[in-house]
Design a protein around this ligand. Structure first.
Ligand SMILES: [Zn+2]
Length: 139
């Protein structure tokens, strides 16, 4: 039985090479998030778009709107927490996003814990940390 494997192998190599070129040639910084094979939620693309906004105030305003959505998945909540806490930006702007998420009734326990851990690394004023901590406290 003849096999076409060599041809298929060559095609796969070409496709992989093309993929690499596209990845390297891309304009925007590749997001680690989108290369993770996780179950993305319906708002992942919106978060990706918002996080690419250059200015802190506009970026975090867009992220805060997403953070207040009632139907965020846990994956999206964690992505938001990571995005905001590791980004550059003003303490007050980041706090708006984290408070919006903390006050979201759909906040999961895992996202709550992630936020509590990451707050320390987010380079926030202590008054802002206090605001977020209060929003995180269960009622
Ligand atoms: Zn995602």
């Amino acid at each position: 039985m003849r096999t076409r494997l060599p041809a298929a192998g060559l095609l796969a190599t070409l496709l992989l090479a093309a993929g690499c070129v596209v990845a390297i040639g891309g304009e925007s910084r590749p997001s680690r998030h989108m290369t993770q094979g996780l179950a993305h939620g319906p708002h992942c693309a919106d978060i990706e778009l918002a996080r690419s906004i250059e200015f802190s105030a506009e970026r975090n305003q867009a992220l805060a709107q997403i953070a207040a959505l009632p139907d965020l998945t846990e994956h999206e909540q964690l992505f938001l927490v990571d995005t905001v806490t590791i980004s550059d930006g003003f303490s007050a702007d980041k706090t708006e996003v984290l408070v919006a998420l903390a006050e979201n009734p759909g906040l999961t326990q895992k996202a709550r814990e992630r936020m509590a851990i990451r707050i320390d690394q987010a380079d926030l004023f202590s008054s802002d940390v206090q605001r977020i901590s209060q929003a995180l406290l269960p009622e």
